[in-house]
Design a protein around this ligand. Structure first.
Ligand code: NAG
Ligand code: NAG
Ligand code: NAG
Ligand code: NAG
Ligand code: NAG
Ligand code: NAG
Ligand code: NAG
Ligand code: NAG
Ligand code: NAG
Ligand code: NAG
Length: 319
């Protein structure tokens, strides 16, 4: 490769200086599985106004040495969609964007570019390290289900070194005013229940993981059962009360009827004796009004029909 460049440039009459060509990467980039990562990359060449013809990215998982031949994870001359997206340009930016990072994407990547004058591969390349973000719950007191007053830590772990990064916590998607990998709960309350998300951020990537906390109240397991039992008992009592009241009411009316037992059959007989069976209801109504109004309010009754008057008669007769 270097020989080729040397020959090429010797032929064109320009002797290459190694400082005239290059690719700058960060050495190590960390990414969380399933998320996206941007691999910053900068390339330069001389003369600066030469034309960049092709830009390529290769993976050492599938290629070797200086990636002189395919396969490439990115080739600017072929428009294939993949998780590997070129986010640079044909001047100086060779940033590679990798989506939906998987564990087997871990490894070394190299950028290669071809100008009208030279071909160059940035070597050594940049190493991508793919990890999982883990949120673990560490009990500091208590065991079994989480209860009020228990103490615990939520700890966010990412297996990646040499990166300036930060941890951001949120609860039910609302940011929490804390920083650092550990979220400390000195004494849980029921209100601490919820979904806690740890987001790990660097300047080139981020990833997040959520854990769900459920803190139980005083007698949480018995609570619904107790409620159902109480409701049932109350309902039964209510039913019994209803029956008792109904019976009493029925007895009262029976007593009423038996108290005026003399009046009842006579009232019933009256309309029959007055020929009009259809007016039986009016008669019944009349007896009720008599009972309420008593005998003093005779004027009310006089306003009623003849049948009513005959009822009054019957009552009077009985008394
Ligand atoms: C690329 O890296 C080299 C060595 O690390 C440094 O001297 C040079 O300034 C860098 N170039 C750019 C454009 O960052
Ligand atoms: C590049 O620029 C130099 C002067 O800066 C000029 O002499 C040369 O012709 C240019 N080359 C191309 C290919 O444009
Ligand atoms: C890039 O893709 C184009 C089109 O498929 C192909 O012609 C070219 O050879 C590829 N580049 C390399 C360096 O293999
Ligand atoms: C370089 O990119 C610019 C815009 O991004 C485009 O107009 C130009 O044609 C490209 N040059 C080459 C040689 O591909
Ligand atoms: C990663 O593994 C998947 C299967 O799990 C495979 O389809 C894919 O080609 C692999 N990618 C690389 C870059 O090794
Ligand atoms: C749970 O804690 C109680 C008191 O703190 C203890 O007696 C019991 O052994 C513990 N059970 C387990 C499984 O650790
Ligand atoms: C952390 O990552 C390194 C390198 O990928 C690996 O060797 C090590 O086993 C990992 N450690 C854990 C705890 O996952
Ligand atoms: C990201 O931060 C690292 C230091 O942790 C720095 O070297 C690198 O230039 C930064 N990259 C970008 C794109 O800001
Ligand atoms: C927590 O997450 C689960 C499943 O992702 C969801 O069903 C539940 O509604 C969430 N709880 C809150 C309080 O957002
Ligand atoms: C976050 O906490 C710090 C001190 O712990 C305080 O100064 C700041 O005002 C708080 N911010 C919010 C939004 O609560």
């Amino acid at each position: 490769m270097h020989l080729l460049v040397l020959i090429l440039l010797t032929l064109s009459g320009v002797l290459p200086q190694s400082s005239d060509y290059g690719v700058n990467y960060s050495t190590l980039v960390c990414a969380v599985r399933g998320f996206s990562v941007s691999i910053p990359c900068y390339y330069y060449y001389h003369p600066i106004n030469s034309t960049v013809v092709q830009m390529l990215w290769c993976s050492m998982n599938s290629n070797t040495d200086l990636c002189l031949n395919p396969p490439y994870v990115y080739n600017s001359s072929s428009n294939t969609k993949s998780d590997f997206e070129f986010a640079g340009n044909n001047k100086s930016d060779c940033t590679l964007l990798i989506h939906n990072v998987q564990f087997n994407y871990s490894g070394e990547y190299k950028f290669r570019f071809i100008t009208n004058l030279i071909r160059w591969t940035g070597d050594p390349g940049v190493t991508l390290q793919v990890t999982d973000l883990k949120v673990s719950l560490i009990r500091l007191s208590g065991n079994g289900t989480l209860k009020q007053g228990d103490s615990l830590n939520l700890r966010c772990d990412v297996n990646c070194t040499h990166t300036s990064s930060q941890f951001v916590w949120s609860k039910n998607n609302q940011p929490l005013n804390t920083s650092g990998p550990v979220l400390h709960f000195p004494a849980l309350t029921v209100r601490d229940s919820g979904n806690y998300t740890c987001t790990w951020e660097t300047n080139v990537t981020s990833g997040s993981e959520t854990i769900s906390l459920h803190v139980e109240g005083e007698n949480p397991a018995q609570w619904p059962v107790a409620a159902v039992v109480t409701a049932t008992v109350l309902f039964v009592i209510f039913l019994i009360l209803l029956v008792v009241i109904y019976r009493r009411w029925k007895n009262d009316t029976v007593e009423d009827k038996s108290g005026k037992a003399g009046a009842q059959p006579q009232v019933k007989q009256l309309p029959q004796s007055n020929e009009e069976v259809s007016k039986q209801e009016e008669v019944t109504y009349a007896t009720v009004s008599i009972k309420d109004n008593n005998m003093n309010k005779g004027h009310v009754n006089t306003e009623n029909k003849k049948v009513d008057i005959s009822v009054i008669y019957s009552s009077v007769k009985i008394k």
